[in-house]
Ligand binder design. Structure first.
Ligand SMILES: [Zn+2]
Length: 446
């Protein structure tokens, strides 16, 4: 008697990304009700299970889907409109455009493009900080994609969603209260933009709300020296020092970037269990510097990997971020800094841990949600396969991802999206961009 399951991904090498780094040659993954029920040799699982659907992964690599630990998905709308500028110049431009362009409808259209791009790149979930998160959530739900999002706080004049700061706490509370029994494999999230767009008392009240609901709190911190200097002039403390003095560091806080850190700040992150989302492509492009990831890792800080939005990194390509993470830290002269396996772990299990979801996502182990990808090795640049970590970090491209599964549902099969009508998704965004493009040329704005 065989047991009935929904999906069997069989053949190929399964890179489980468990703690031991187990690779099952000629392996298989069995899935029922969105959960991984077994990982093991393909022959064994085929004898044990009858599946409604299967994916033949012979000649492929099967691995956990990538967890994008920091992004702004709807910024696909502005891709290519603020290149080669400083972070501060970038923010000035983007905030103005956002105020003009954003609406729930436009955010949903831009997020659908981001999800299509993400599914193609093997990204199975993302932590998405942006205006109109409800519209993004709706788009993700319709596409079957896993989105970690929630209300964002940023005390700027004329916020894009029109909700003034003083009304945001009540609005966020209602949002969190409505999330009881949310989709498995995600958790409530609050976003506090940064220590330079929110005052210390605002940060404290947002964090208190997050704690009340067991939510993850996510903010940008120490992205570059100018930000650090601004916060220091204003509050007499650097961003991480300020967060520490307010008692906000801890395992439910995730910092994006963390580029400009002192030794004592790294020690404080390690001591409090505060995690970091490393965004090497965005940091390089905005000239922010190189985050001290080798020092964070040796101090024991959990480091996930993010692309940041498509304005500052231009793509949501997590394998591209993996490669940058595995290369950029070697520039100081140490080729052992951030190895291939470490970089791939940051994009998978460590990203899941950074979000506080390490028990549910990030590796292929029985009991975890079935978020997995199949990467086609039938290409000259991927042969021979001596070491899957090396192949992924130094040779593979996102276009090598052939199949993407989220929560046991196949969202891309043989490179065809199954839940999004890609031509329509792209046409909708093009129409929207044409309709909102200012009279004067975009070149004049940049
Ligand atoms: Zn960001």
């Amino acid at each position: 008697m065989t047991e009935h399951i929904d999906l069997l991904v069989r053949g190929g090498d399964v890179l489980t990304v468990d703690d031991a780094g187990t690779v099952v040659r000629g392996g298989a993954v069995g899935v029922r009700d969105g959960v991984i029920v077994a990982v093991g040799p393909a022959e064994e699982l085929r004898a044990r299970y009858t599946a409604d659907q299967d994916i033949d992964a012979e000649g492929c690599l099967v691995l956990p889907g990538f967890v994008n630990a920091h992004t702004h998905l709807a910024m696909t709308l502005l891709r290519g409109r603020a290149d080669d500028v400083t972070l501060q110049g970038f923010l000035e431009r983007v905030l103005t455009w956002e105020a003009e362009l954003l609406s729930p409808k436009n955010v949903a259209a831009a997020v659908r493009v981001a999800i299509a791009e993400g599914v193609r790149a093997g990204v199975t979930s993302a932590l998405d900080m942006y205006w109109f998160h409800g519209a993004a959530e709706q788009a993700a739900r319709e596409a079957g994609w896993r989105l970690h999002t929630g209300p964002t706080f940023m005390d700027v004049p004329g916020p894009a969603d029109g909700i003034a700061y003083e009304d945001r706490l009540g609005w966020a509370r209602q949002d969190l209260a409505a999330r009881a029994g949310a989709r498995p494999g995600t958790r409530p999230v609050l976003f506090a933009h940064s220590t330079y767009t929110l005052a210390p008392d605002q940060l404290t009240e947002i964090a208190a709300l997050a704690r009340e609901f067991g939510a993850l709190l996510h903010l940008h911190a120490a992205e570059n020296a100018t930000e650090v200097a601004t916060v220091e002039v204003r509050h007499g403390k650097r961003p991480v020092e300020l967060l520490d003095s307010l008692g906000l560091l801890g395992p439910d806080l995730l910092l994006a970037h963390a580029v400009d850190l002192t030794g004592p700040e790294i020690a404080a992150l390690a001591r409090t269990g505060t995690a970091v989302a490393h965004c090497p492509v965005s940091n390089l492009k905005l000239g922010c510097g190189i985050a001290p990831v080798p020092r964070l890792l040796s101090a024991g800080v959990t480091v996930g990997l993010g692309t940041d939005g498509a304005v500052s990194s231009n793509t949501l390509d997590m394998l591209g971020a993996v490669r940058q993470a595995a290369l950029v830290h070697k520039a100081a002269g140490d080729p052992t800094a951030v190895g291939a396996e470490q970089a791939v772990r940051m994009a998978t299990i460590e990203g899941a841990r950074a979000l506080g979801l390490g028990d549910h996502l990030g590796s292929l182990e029985a009991g975890k949600r079935a978020d997995l990808i199949v990467l086609d090795l039938n290409a000259p640049h991927l042969r021979p396969l001596h070491d899957p970590w090396s192949t992924l970090a130094y040779a593979a491209h996102s276009a090598d991802v052939r199949d993407t599964v989220v929560d046991g549902r196949v969202l891309m099969r043989e490179r065809a999206l199954t839940t999004l009508d890609e031509p329509t998704v792209l046409a909708d965004l093009e129409a929207l961009v044409r309709g909102t493009r200012p009279e004067h040329s975009s070149a004049a704005l940049v």
